[in-house]
Design a binder for this molecule. Structure first.
Ligand SMILES: [Zn+2]
Length: 263
């Protein structure tokens, strides 16, 4: 991984971001019910922690769903621990991180780390959750990140997209009632983001939340540095100090839309 973030700054500034208040930036700014799906404990904080904390602050309902249990975590801190202790520790750290962001609604699906099911199967869980929660925005990691190899990220991201696609189809999963429209999608850690939100007011909480995953960062200063530098790079795109970037997609853009990858 490139650790010298000065190096990628030039690239960040070349990204094509919607500057005006478009439907896409509005999808983030005006979301009232947000569900964020994390492949592992910590992913929501890393890709969207500042945005989610800001949303809670302005009165939005936020739910976070953690898909896998992170039992394969392999840092110098987790390595000596038995697997069940790692799982318990990762859960504890996640709840602490969430409470720093002001998020109380956290659901753990407890799939085995590195073995989360295929998107088809996973999307059934996600659809059930979304039809009950009725979000207007679903957040997750971009499963089409070029060179992404982690199956939990690919399957979670694609599972969420499939669940959004079929959200409002009453004959698909008849036992989970449809009471809302399909939510918009915000994919974090995207190579082609099209919207940036300012996290000037929440950057400190984001950093504290990510660092609450103490077992993951034997060198917390290094992680903090990385988050601040990267957020500052995205912030420049929006004319603010710190930002988070997303590929925002409207529900009608995720099926047979050859232009969906455009900003
Ligand atoms: Zn992850």
């Amino acid at each position: 991984m490139i650790t010298d973030l000065e190096q990628v700054n030039g690239h960040l500034q070349s990204l094509r971001i919607n500057k005006e208040k478009t439907q896409k930036t509005q999808a983030l700014a005006s979301a009232k019910r947000i569900v964020s799906f994390s492949p592992h404990p910590d992913d929501s904080e890393i890709v969207a922690g500042g945005f989610l904390a800001g949303a809670v602050e302005r009165g939005a309902e936020v739910k976070v769903v953690v898909v896998s249990d992170d039992r394969m975590s392999l840092t110098s801190i987790t390595r000596p621990l038995p697997m069940e202790e790692i799982v318990a520790l990762r859960k504890k750290e996640e709840l602490e991180a969430m409470s720093i962001l002001g998020i109380k609604n956290v659901e753990f699906l407890e799939y085995t780390d590195s073995e989360v099911p295929e998107p088809r199967r996973l999307s059934r869980d996600f659809m059930r959750i979304m039809r009950a929660f009725q979000p207007d925005l679903a957040v997750t990691v971009d499963p089409f990140l070029p060179y992404e190899a982690h199956p939990d990220h690919i399957n979670t991201g694609r599972g969420v997209m499939e669940a959004v696609l079929f959200h409002a189809y009453p004959y698909i999963m008849r036992d989970a009632k449809v009471n809302s429209q399909a939510p918009n999608l915000a994919l974090g850690a995207s190579a082609i983001p099209n919207a940036v939100v300012s996290i000037d007011h929440t950057i400190d909480r984001k950093v504290t939340a990510v660092l609450a995953h103490k077992s993951q960062w034997p060198d917390p200063k290094k992680m903090e540095d990385r988050i601040r530098k990267l957020s500052a790079g995205y912030g420049k795109l929006e004319g603010c100090g710190y930002g988070e970037a997303f590929k925002v997609l409207l529900p009608d853009e995720i099926h047979v839309d050859p232009f969906a990858s455009l900003p």
